[in-house]
Design a binder for this molecule. Structure first.
Ligand code: ZN
Length: 342
């Protein structure tokens, strides 16, 4: 298994920023000093009531007093990162937060259903290394391509053809049906604990798949990721998947151990999540520490070297050239991932 190393790079050169901050500080100090010595009536926009200096002064003093409160200066249109990537400031539009491979979807964070979703039929496009439940299972193209490569890898290293892919993309209606079925069978409390609410299942993204086992004698079994199948659970990150729900992360994800449920997040993020031992909720928080103006995250994995930053909102810097992609986190911002040419 290729090891992942991360190191942190400073996003932009810090010295000009530091000088600018000092200059701004001196300017503000001078301005505040002059403000304090100015008679109160000069602050009054109305100019009529000069008797109550408190009322007139208060808003001004507050505006300038909290030096962190003033609006930040506009960001330059073009900048070069410390690692030499030329970037342009770009407004991505609101959909950017709700689109991509790093979306957190849970009962706390519902999926935003797009008008159109690109899905492919697994039966028609899979390799011969595994089975699929029936001809009505769909996945996002990136997830199916990665699944094909992972299962081919499993067979190539000596695995048997016994893995059955039993669930992929789910519509809201299907999830509703599953929820009601569980509720009818085991009660509402049980359903709420074990089945995602309709609209809140990761399966809606098309980036998720569930595995089961099917044997040549016609019997089947739950997939638990042990024995010969441990290879899949231990190597899935090399193909961009993570075992999304683990028992030791249940307090954070709200879902019990599910060794059969794989989530595609792509590379290099799957490798970094495993390296840092973070579930997706934790990883999204971790990425918030790597803003464009601050340090960028550098991830080195078997697939190459990548530079990553997080931006709150939808306005961010994008590389002028080279391979890069953007994903929302489904909460408050976007993550930009750039392949670094070496
Ligand atoms: Zn699942």
């Amino acid at each position: 298994m290729p090891r992942t190393r991360s190191r942190h790079r400073r996003g932009i050169h810090i010295l000009p920023l530091l000088l600018a901050a000092v200059a701004l500080g001196i300017g503000l100090f001078v301005y505040l000093r002059s403000g304090a010595e100015t008679p109160p009536y000069e602050h009054s926009i109305q100019g009529s009531d000069t008797s109550d200096s408190d009322e007139v002064q208060a808003p001004d003093a507050e505006d300038n007093g909290g030096s962190g409160e003033t609006a930040p200066p506009p960001r330059p249109d073009h900048v070069t990162t410390a690692s030499g990537i030329d970037c342009t400031l770009t407004e991505l539009g609101d959909d950017a937060i709700y689109t991509g491979e790093l979306l957190v979807v849970s009962n706390a964070v519902p999926f935003h259903f797009p008008e159109e979703q690109e899905l492919v039929n697994v039966y028609d496009n899979k390799t011969t290394s595994y089975y699929v439940r029936d001809m009505e299972v769909y996945l996002a193209p990136v997830a199916l391509e990665a699944l094909n490569r992972m299962m081919d890898g499993f067979i190539a290293q000596g695995g048997s053809k016994t893995v059955n892919m039993v669930a992929g993309h789910r519509t809201k209606e299907v999830q509703e049906h599953l929820f009601d079925q569980s509720s009818d069978l085991n009660g509402l409390d049980h359903a709420q604990e074990y089945v995602a609410q309709p609209g809140c299942s990761e399966h809606h993204t098309g980036l998720v798949l569930d595995l089961h086992l099917f044997f040549s004698d016609g019997t089947s079994e739950d997939y638990d990721g042990t024995g010969e199948y441990a290879w899949i659970n231990q190597h899935c990150q090399d193909y961009g998947f993570v075992v999304r729900y683990r028992g030791d992360k249940q307090a954070i994800t709200g879902i019990a151990d599910e060794p059969w449920h794989f989530r595609y997040v792509g590379l290099p993020h799957a490798a970094e999540m495993v390296e840092q031992d973070l579930c997706l909720e934790e990883y999204i928080d971790y990425l918030r520490g790597f803003t464009f103006e601050g340090e960028h995250l550098t991830i080195e994995c078997g697939a190459g070297t990548y530079e990553v930053w997080y931006e709150k909102g939808t306005e961010t810097y994008l590389p002028d050239s080279g391979e890069y992609w953007v994903s929302g986190n489904n909460i408050d911002g976007v993550i930009v991932t750039c392949k670094v040419n070496e």
